[in-house]
Write a protein that binds this ligand. Structure first.
Ligand code: FES
Length: 68
């Protein structure tokens, strides 16, 4: 789904950016332009970014908890 209409950015784009290390709205703005024009997308983009980062942490925790 489109999150940022001004820059044509989807939730998938935001999740991909998070997987590639994007950890803040500032970085997201620099990489994809999210939130840098009208700003209406910022709240939803922030939520998707947080959700993606949380999923990364859970996956890492699972990995670290599994026996080698
Ligand atoms: S909708 Fe993202 S900056 Fe306008």
């Amino acid at each position: 789904m489109y999150v940022c209409l001004c820059h044509g950015v989807t939730d998938r784009d935001i999740r991909a950016a998070a997987e590639n290390g994007c950890a803040s709205m500032r970085q997201l703005g620099k990489e994809l332009g999210v939130g840098t024009q009208c700003g209406r997308c910022a709240s939803m983009a922030r939520g998707i970014l947080r959700e993606s980062r949380a999923e990364d942490y859970l996956a890492l925790a699972d990995l670290l908890a599994s026996p080698a």
